[in-house]
Write a protein of this length. Structure first.
Length: 688
């Protein structure tokens, strides 16, 4: 019994609802201890050292007894969202056929969990909530069980309390969430904890009494048995956990690949005869024509291929985006072969979209894109108290949210170039955690700025606090090699003399074709190269109303002046919007914000990545700014929002920053659908 109690006590400390939580113990009566190696500051949370898999509803067996009756609630089917998507429809527990079975004093009642639309047993009229549905189930069960007198006690109500069945229905249908984790080294963790347990709790200093050597012998014997038995249990548990870890870390298969290319880009990179064939093929492709008509207002003429071809040959439609998903595989193979004649396809591609849970997508990118990404921008789902109207789950526990971000930041870090940077957007719900996480992975010395950006233009009424109008954008460098570019914004134009005071420099400058020496004991404020650049932009003039004595003593008529119509921007970016509302996406980032991020941290041709892509703003802005890009998103809006948006960008989308950057359209990208963890689990086959 003593050995059994020690084993129960030891393992129950760490096991919580299917997961082993790394709660290290300090001693028998003390609280917990955390790993600490003498650092000045140590950031630790309960799920550190684990993979966060998902947060989801969980269901357990539910049974109760009532006199001679035993009642079982059986869940026959449950619809759950993959990954961490929020369900677009509300889900409820409702009765399922055959409703109930009664045999030998045992009652089984059957349920399903999911949207009520299409339920096998008709639900009551809306409005629906848990309480009204519970009462409706109780009423329906009472009708169905009326012919069974032995079941009458289930429905007996009193003035002070509901019937037993209704009370248990309320407990069973209460929504329960669980966070699922995989320990990265369960055997190592439990083995170390077992050593600590044996030394500090099973063995006692009183056992060392030389007058009672039998106490020490008994304690050592018990410790040996506990160590061997617990070691075997740990080995078994580790096998199970390691198997899950291997499944989680497995490189995902690419289930589907599509290519999108503008007709003009295709025309410029393939043979003339092949392009003519492509136009003829498109003119007869009903699916492609329908997509162009729906999203880009292309005037399709239905089955009239000649009319469609004539329309396609108009310059107005030169940038139409062709999607290989609408064409046979053989046609796509020929198209790719044409594009690859002169250069590698990867060199021609502007970007890659991945429909996937982001950790697995990042895991797949490790070899090909290691240290190639110049800028990473993410706007992860904020750790809000309530879900609100979001596509993602946001009501995480702090430790869960921390683990979710930590897993993905650590996976993204190897992809970042040595002269690259990462920017993470966050609000007050999680900014303190994000800063410490980034310090942990990048090093405090690589923190560059906390940039203040606009939250939203929508009016807010908050009773117990000041209105929250800003959010933070944390900028971290990969190394000391990162240098941010200058950021400018317009100001009221003013002309100022092109002079600088600190020291004398008598070297002349050529301004607008004339040679000017500086005044005595002064120097010109700009190099000749910079003067030429400003002159080309019309920002240099000779003011005839001014004059000066130059360093040679000559009187000069006219004062060289520079137009100041911009100012350098620091870490306050409140002059531009933080969010936009153009694509029916509740947390859509503004392209103006992404333009400033991308232009200040990368150069044309560099790779930009966003693994919480949302509505696709990062990839849209990157395409318009001549960067290469990678976007990762797991929701169904990948196909309903992101893919259509990027096709419009290739077509020449004129919204947001397009006019400012002279965007005309064109480009080529591919998109993948990756195998997910749920797919791996469903496809497992075991051989005994």
């Amino acid at each position: 019994a003593e050995i059994y109690n020690h084993l129960i006590r030891f393992f129950s400390r760490y096991y919580q609802q299917g997961d082993f939580v790394p709660l290290r113990r300090f001693g028998k009566n003390a609280k917990y201890v955390i790993p600490y190696n003498g650092e000045e500051f140590n950031y630790y949370w309960i799920n550190q050292g684990q993979y966060y898999v998902k947060s989801s509803e969980f269901f357990s067996k539910y049974s109760f007894t009532l006199g001679a009756l035993t009642v079982h609630f059986r869940l026959l089917a449950a619809q759950l969202e993959p990954g961490n998507l929020k369900s677009p429809e509300k889900k409820y527990t409702w009765l399922a056929p055959p409703i109930y079975q009664f045999e030998n004093g045992e009652v089984s009642i059957f349920f399903s969990y999911g949207p009520l639309a299409g339920a096998a047993i008709a639900p009551p009229d809306p409005p629906h909530n848990r309480q009204t549905l519970n009462r409706a189930m109780w009423t329906l069960l009472r009708e169905k069980m009326a012919a069974q007198p032995a079941l009458a006690p289930l429905f007996q109500e009193s003035q002070k309390s509901p019937s037993p069945l209704e009370a248990h229905l309320a407990k069973f249908t209460r929504r329960r969430n669980r966070d699922f984790f995989i320990h990265k080294d369960l055997q190592g963790f439990l083995s170390e904890e077992l050593k600590f347990y044996l030394k500090n709790e099973l063995l006692d200093s009183a056992d060392l009494d030389p007058h009672h050597p039998e106490h020490l012998a008994a304690a050592l014997s018990a410790a040996q048995v506990v160590r061997e038995t617990a070691g075997q249990i740990i080995a078994l548990l580790a096998q199970l956990e390691n198997f899950q870890q291997k499944l989680w870390e497995k490189k995902s298969f690419v289930l589907k690949t599509g290519y999108v290319i503008s007709l003009a880009t295709l025309r410029d990179n393939c043979e003339k005869d092949f392009f003519a064939e492509v136009l003829h093929t498109c003119a007869g492709n009903a699916a492609q024509l329908a997509e162009w008509a729906d999203t880009l207002k292309f005037p399709s003429h239905g089955s009239d291929e000649d009319a469609n071809l004539k329309e396609l040959q108009r310059r107005k439609w030169a940038q139409l985006p062709l999607d290989s998903a609408h064409f046979p595989a053989a046609f796509t193979a020929r198209l790719l072969a044409q594009l690859g004649r002169r250069q590698a396809l990867d060199d021609l591609l502007d970007g890659v979209l991945l429909h996937s849970e982001n950790w697995h997508a990042l895991n797949l990118l490790q070899e090909k894109y290691r240290e190639r990404i110049r800028t990473i921008y993410i706007d992860p789902p904020f750790n809000k108290e309530q879900e609100a109207d979001y596509f993602y789950k946001v009501g995480y526990k702090d430790a869960t949210w921390n683990t979710l971000l930590e897993n993905r930041i650590s996976a993204a870090l190897p992809l970042l170039a040595q002269d690259g940077s990462m920017l993470v957007r966050c609000d007050y719900n999680g900014s303190m955690y994000v800063r410490m996480l980034l310090d942990q992975h990048f090093g405090k010395e690589n923190f560059r700025n906390e940039i203040i950006i606009n939250r939203t233009l929508a009016k807010q009424r908050v009773a117990r606090q000041f209105t929250v109008q800003t959010e933070s954008l944390f900028l971290y460098a990969r190394s000391e090699q990162f240098l941010p570019g200058e950021v400018e914004r317009p100001t009221a134009p003013q002309w100022h003399p092109l002079l600088h005071f600190p020291r004398a420099d008598e070297r002349p400058r050529i301004l607008l074709g004339q040679t000017f020496y500086p005044p005595r004991n002064r120097r010109w404020a700009l190099s000749q190269e910079r003067i030429d650049q400003f002159a080309e932009r019309g920002k240099i003039r000779i003011n005839p109303e001014g004059g000066y004595t130059d360093c040679r003593g000559q009187e000069i008529s006219g004062m060289p002046e520079l137009l100041y119509d911009v100012e350098l921007v620091g870490n306050e970016w409140l002059d531009i919007p933080g969010y936009a509302q153009r694509h029916q996406f509740p947390t859509e980032n503004a392209e103006a914000l992404l333009r400033r991020v991308i232009e200040s941290t990368s150069a044309p041709g560099d790779w930009v990545m966003d693994f919480f892509l949302g509505s696709g703003t990062t990839t849209a802005a990157a395409q318009k700014l001549g960067r290469k890009w990678i976007g990762i998103e797991m929701g169904d809006h990948f196909f309903s929002v992101i893919l259509p948006r990027m096709k419009k960008v290739l077509f020449g989308d004129a919204s947001e920053i397009s006019r400012a950057v002279s965007w005309q359209g064109g480009g080529f990208f591919k998109y993948h659908t990756l195998e997910q963890y749920e797919d791996v689990l469903e496809n497992l086959e075991f051989t005994l």
